[in-house]
Write a protein that binds this ligand. Structure first.
Ligand code: ZN
Length: 224
């Protein structure tokens, strides 16, 4: 239940006759819990909850450590999923989740797509905050942003168009927000829906890799 102090405050531990620094061993003996019955008047719920609880005895064996599965469930084995669910703060589901996580996806590409959706790639606009100047290494545009790379950049858009143009059809666009809409468009067959998402992730990944290798080679857009 947690600390008695948190449940009742200073006054409660006095009514119940439990010393401030008391441990479990101090408040139990072979007859049961050593709490004062007059605590019942002021803290009936706490008093009854404690007394309803089986008190520890040497016959019951040694203490063991248990993992909490949820609010009231404890087990001996560890479960990363239930631990994570207790630690994390849940947020609204994002509309683009199906464009990032799906069973056929290449994990490495999924991760890159996730970074891209979160706008966490170190694009020029973000590098500027760290005092580094970086234009688009693919076309020379001064202001390199996520929206530029996907797919306002003429170089990227040609790759995107050639890869997914047939699958997406008329809806293919250089605009980032409209691209998400076009990818989430309902009415595709299951296979097309998988293909279009794989194509998207592969292009996002490949363009980012190409952008980086040009940046490291220092031959930005030299082919133009
Ligand atoms: Zn560009």
């Amino acid at each position: 239940m947690g600390k008695l102090m948190d449940e009742t405050g200073e006054i409660g531990i006095r009514y119940l006759g439990v010393a401030r620094q008391a441990t479990f061993a101090d408040v139990v003996d072979e007859n049961g819990w050593k709490i004062r019955s007059r605590g019942h008047r002021s803290f009936p719920n706490t008093y009854e909850k404690i007394n309803a609880f089986t008190f520890p005895t040497p016959q019951a064996g040694a203490d063991i450590a248990l993992w909490r599965y949820n609010q009231d469930e404890y087990k001996e084995s560890f479960c990363s999923a239930s631990t994570w669910n207790q630690l994390r703060s849940k947020k609204e589901r994002v509309t683009w989740r199906k464009l990032v996580w799906f069973s056929q996806a290449v994990p490495h590409h999924s991760f890159m797509a996730w970074l891209t959706f979160r706008n966490r790639l170190s694009t020029g606009d973000r590098m500027r905050l760290w005092g580094i100047t970086q234009g688009c290494t693919l076309c020379g545009e001064v202001n390199e942003t996520r929206e530029h790379l996907y797919f306002a950049c003429p170089f990227s858009f040609m790759i995107w168009l050639n890869t997914a143009g047939q699958l997406i059809g008329e809806g293919i666009t250089p605009d980032w927000d409209d691209t998400i809409v076009s990818l989430l468009q309902p009415g595709r067959t299951r296979l097309d829906s998988i293909l279009v998402r794989m194509a998207f992730q592969t292009v996002v990944y490949t363009i980012w890799r190409e952008r980086n290798s040009r940046r490291h080679r220092g031959d930005a857009y030299s082919y133009y």
